[in-house]
Design a protein around this ligand. Structure first.
Ligand code: UDP
Ligand code: MG
Length: 189
């Protein structure tokens, strides 16, 4: 009887010990974090390599006019990006001037703003691993003549201004540009 109690006590102790030392159950939902919130990993480069980002893409007026939206979207989705929100907008010149504020004063600024307000554009939020650089890789160089074969700008752009698409150039600017066009409600999945 006494021996039995000792065995039971030892087994209970063993059970408590293994329960406490076992791996904690994580409530963190991998793959759903936005840059800056994925702090569980300690290796900075691995965080950057795996970070799920959002970026802003715009299909420019002439490409929309020429019914290239589906073909251009296919390039981005085939490249691993998901389009989580999109809307067609005909921006006023002053709205475009505000969006492209960073380029104010440059020789192409006024022509760019005229062009971007000349007809409806398709404004989109794309999501995926390293979405900012992935979007720019698929998009290609600013000048379609210098863009790599197979990129959106090479295949659908006409010249350095009429280059089919806009894409954010950093995670910081992506967040600013996304909130210029979309509310949090519109981005809920
Ligand atoms: N642009 C232009 N002339 C130039 C350079 C740029 O008309 O010499 C236009 C072009 O439509 C480009 C936009 O201005 O996409 C913004 O320029 P940026 O340098 O930011 O290039 P992007 O980030 O779009 O590749
Ligand atoms: Mg730019």
């Amino acid at each position: 009887m006494k021996f039995h109690s000792v065995v039971v006590a030892l087994m209970s102790l063993f059970f408590v010990e293994t329960s406490l030392s076992g791996a904690p159950v994580s409530t963190h939902k991998e793959g759903n974090s936005i840059p800056g919130t994925n702090v569980a990993k300690t290796d900075k480069s691995s965080v950057e390599n795996q970070s799920l980002q959002r970026t802003l893409s715009i299909i420019k007026p002439d490409a929309v006019e020429e019914n290239l939206v589906d073909s251009i979207n296919a390039r981005f989705t085939q490249g691993g990006l998901q389009i989580i929100a999109q809307k067609k907008l005909h921006l006023t010149k002053s709205q475009v001037e505000k969006f492209y504020e960073v380029h104010r004063g440059k020789v192409f600024y006024d022509g760019l703003c005229e062009y971007m307000s000349s007809g409806p554009v398709m404004v989109q939020v794309m999501c995926g691993k390293n979405a900012v650089s992935k979007n720019r890789e698929i998009m290609g160089s600013t000048n379609p003549n210098e863009a790599k074969i197979g990129t959106v700008r090479k295949d659908f752009g006409k010249d350095i201004r009429h280059n089919a698409v806009h894409g954010s150039d950093s995670v910081e600017n992506a967040n600013i540009e996304i909130s210029f066009f979309f509310s949090e409600l519109e981005l809920m999945q």
